[in-house]
Ligand binder design. Structure first.
Ligand code: SAH
Ligand code: F3S
Length: 454
């Protein structure tokens, strides 16, 4: 138990402020919003400034060792502040809280709350317990995860994340997620639709449906909906103009989904489906459940059924035993597919995964070389693909003025590219046409197309 003791509750008139910082994936960003939504029911308000916060929550990621290191050092840095101000509450939630709960409590006695990946919807009650004193541990993984929320609490006015499932049933040999987030639980279609409708009523135009392995959505629900049927249902919600989803394991990607995406005008032409490697032997050791040729077949099917679709992928370099030939197979896959975007990660041993039993034998400098090599290759591919868009018209959902220059607007096109152009801030939330005039590898620049020409 930590030093806190009985804390005096502040007067109800002074709103208490919570600062939440998310590390890692989009699911974490959303879980942080859900926790804030719960806390708002008991009078907490969000602050973006941790120095004025009464409660600081780190929403953590365990996917790589480095992600955890960052949180350890951030927690260490709060030790002194907590000693000066014992009324400050410090919480850790997310995958690292789930995985390292007892270590966190032992090494960081100034932490008040450790809340895992399935208990954060009760954050209001957890914080109340912490306010009464002592460290609170909430890492049970059983039972239903109630992710209903106050839809008005979100950082972005026109785009929103929606959780459709939690956890993952796969056992990719490098991946800690099934351990930290538990087995798959699907959210009923009616609950999802209810949330999407409420978001649309509050001004949201684009929803991003989130699941760790979203292609298997629905397998545990009685009516056996699929991601394709869910897309069709969300498509009917008035006010929603765009639908995206993450993340697709190629093992479970079916042509039915691609066909549906091709048919539904609101389904964005963007598919993030991580290949992880282009080498069959590495894919086998990763236990990914598909081959290079199946992956290429899916890329071809996506392009046939959804003309103009942009493909994106993740890759892990330096997986145990990865030879130069195996890496070259990944390199040639990246050159062959022509992704819009890739994310490259150096392999990181995750204790308790199957791959942790194999020696992490690719030296760090080789991992770095392979990582940089793939990123350089992709930069050339992206720049070339973007150059081909000069002169074309893209449909942009406007986010608002750019941070650097208020006279310029920023938004995303259907294929998830950032687009920057001049225009009035009143266009935020509108879908506009932009003619592309020049490009860099990550960004398209252009001019607004007048309504009369649209
Ligand atoms: N659900 C996603 C993966 C989530 S983790 C899927 O289906 O692929 C996000 C990314 O982190 C993965 O795609 C992978 O590229 C990377 N990653 C996961 N475990 C890793 C590890 N042990 N070392 C390095 N990168 C890893
Ligand atoms: Fe991880 Fe594989 Fe599931 S990468 S999240 S175990 S599909």
């Amino acid at each position: 138990m930590n030093s806190g003791g009985q804390r005096s509750l502040r007067p109800a008139t002074a709103p208490r402020k919570v600062f939440v910082e998310a590390f890692g994936c989009q699911m974490n960003v959303l879980d942080g919003e859900l926790a804030i939504s719960k806390l708002s029911e008991t009078g907490w308000v969000r602050t973006q400034d941790d120095s004025e916060a009464d409660l600081i929550i780190f929403n953590t990621c365990s996917v790589r060792d480095q992600s955890e290191h960052r949180v350890w050092s951030r927690l260490g840095a709060l030790r002194e502040r907590k000693a000066m101000d014992p009324s400050l509450l410090i919480g850790v939630m997310g995958c690292m809280a789930q995985r390292e709960a007892s270590e966190i409590l032992r090494r960081m006695p100034h932490v008040d709350i450790v809340c895992g990946t399935r208990r954060f919807p009760s954050m209001d009650a957890i914080v109340e317990r912490a306010e009464r004193g002592g460290q609170v541990l909430a890492v049970e993984t059983d039972g239903f995860v109630d992710v209903r929320r106050d839809v008005t609490i979100r950082p972005d006015r026109h785009r929103a994340f929606v959780s459709v499932m939690r956890g993952c049933d796969h056992k990719c040999s490098y991946c800690i997620v099934p351990k930290t987030r538990g087995p798959q639980i699907d959210r009923p279609v009616v609950d999802i639709l209810d949330e999407v409708r409420r978001l649309a009523d509050d001004g949201v135009r684009e929803v991003m449906l989130l699941g760790q392995n979203i292609n298997t959505y629905g397998r545990y629900l009685d009516e056996r909906p699929t991601l394709a049927t869910l897309l069709r249902a969300v498509h009917e919600v008035p006010g929603i103009a765009r639908i995206r989803f993450l993340t697709s394991n190629p093992m479970d990607l079916r042509e039915e989904l691609l066909r549906t995406m091709g048919e539904l005008p609101k389904a964005c032409g963007y598919l993030h489906f991580p290949a992880q490697s282009g080498s069959d032997s590495t894919l086998r050791r990763m236990r990914r459940g598909y081959t290079r040729s199946r992956y290429l077949e899916l890329c071809a099917a996506a392009r046939e059924l959804c003309p103009g679709i942009e493909l994106a992928s993740d890759f892990i370099v330096g997986f145990p035993g990865e030879t130069e030939d195996e890496f070259q197979a990944t390199r040639s896959l990246v050159a062959e597919v022509g992704f819009k975007q890739i994310y490259v990660f150096k392999y990181s041993v995750r204790p308790g995964t199957a791959a942790a039993a194999i020696a992490d034998d690719v030296p760090e400098d080789v991992k770095s070389l392979r990582c940089n090599d793939l990123l350089d290759l992709q930069e050339t591919v992206s720049a070339e693909r973007n150059r081909a868009k000069i002169g074309s018209r893209v449909e942009v959902l406007v986010d608002g003025p750019t941070r650097r220059d208020a006279s310029r607007l920023s938004g995303r096109d259907d294929g998830n590219s950032t687009v920057i152009f001049e225009g009035s801030p009143s266009l935020a939330g509108a879908l506009v046409g932009v003619r592309v005039t020049w490009v860099t590898a990550p960004v398209l620049y252009g001019d607004l197309v007048p309504d009369s020409e649209r």
